[in-house]
Design a protein around this ligand. Structure first.
Ligand code: CA
Length: 242
């Protein structure tokens, strides 16, 4: 009883202009900060099955999760060119894949020969933008008079039609990161890879990743924002009680 009576008599100073400024503008500042909070570039999950192209070395084969769509792509690595055990005969010796392990080799030949592989992706959201990324190299195949060492590029098809191509790669030992994006038009679409041009070339692809590009703040930044809001509220309260 007495305490309550005492509390009622506590002296409350008038708000100073600075305090008024804080009360008015702290929420505005927070809202502005929230609006500028870093956006998530992509979901963490890869929608591709076995995007690492991990599998047994094999000529005319693709790893688990993938289908051959044209002719004979290969599962290979730096010690087994064209998916043939122990075969070297590269145009340029490959560096280890940034993705690790095995990858897929794709060939083309002057005229009309082309190799292609791909997979169907389920549970896409219509209207959602997706980012498709991979690494590629042009290590070629060179053995005596048989040379597949021309420049070429990775071509991506969506449901069998051209989506886009990566950079034109000259023969060399290095891998290059490439990316394309698309907006889903149905919930199930086929993503596939081949070479862009009909010339004697043999390119490598690995680390294929497909992820939704999301405009929603990541849980981490949202938690941080809530923490900030809590801190502001606490400070305002402390000031009021001072
Ligand atoms: Ca790999």
């Amino acid at each position: 009883m007495q305490l309550r009576a005492h509390a009622r008599c506590v002296f409350r100073p008038r708000m100073t202009p600075m305090r008024r400024f804080h009360r008015l503008f702290a929420p505005v500042a927070l809202a502005a900060w929230l609006a500028s909070a870093p956006l998530a570039n992509a979901a963490t999950d890869n929608l591709m099955v076995n995007g690492s192209l991990s599998g047994a070395i094999g000529n005319s084969s693709v790893p688990m999760g993938w289908q051959i769509l044209l002719n004979s792509p290969d599962v290979m690595d730096a010690a087994n060119n064209a998916g043939v055990a122990g075969l070297q005969f590269f145009g340029a010796a490959p560096e280890a894949s940034p993705d690790g392990g095995t990858w897929v080799g794709l060939g083309a030949r002057t005229g009309s020969y082309m190799e292609e592989f791909g997979q169907w992706v389920d549970n896409l959201v219509i209207g959602q933008t997706y980012s498709l990324s991979w690494v590629a190299g042009n290590f070629g195949y060179s053995r005596g008079s048989v040379n597949y060492v021309d420049s070429n590029a990775i071509r991506v098809n969506l449901d069998g039609s051209l989506l886009g191509t990566g950079n034109t790669l000259n023969l060399g030992s290095q891998w290059q990161a490439e990316t394309l994006s698309f907006v889903a038009t149905t919930t199930r679409q086929q993503v596939s890879f081949q070479l862009a041009n009909y010339n004697n070339a043999y390119l490598s692809i690995d680390g294929i990743r497909l992820a939704a590009v999301s405009p929603v703040p990541e849980p981490g930044s949202l938690a941080l924002a809530l923490l900030g809001l809590g801190a502001l509220a606490w400070r305002a309260r402390q000031r009021q009680q001072a």
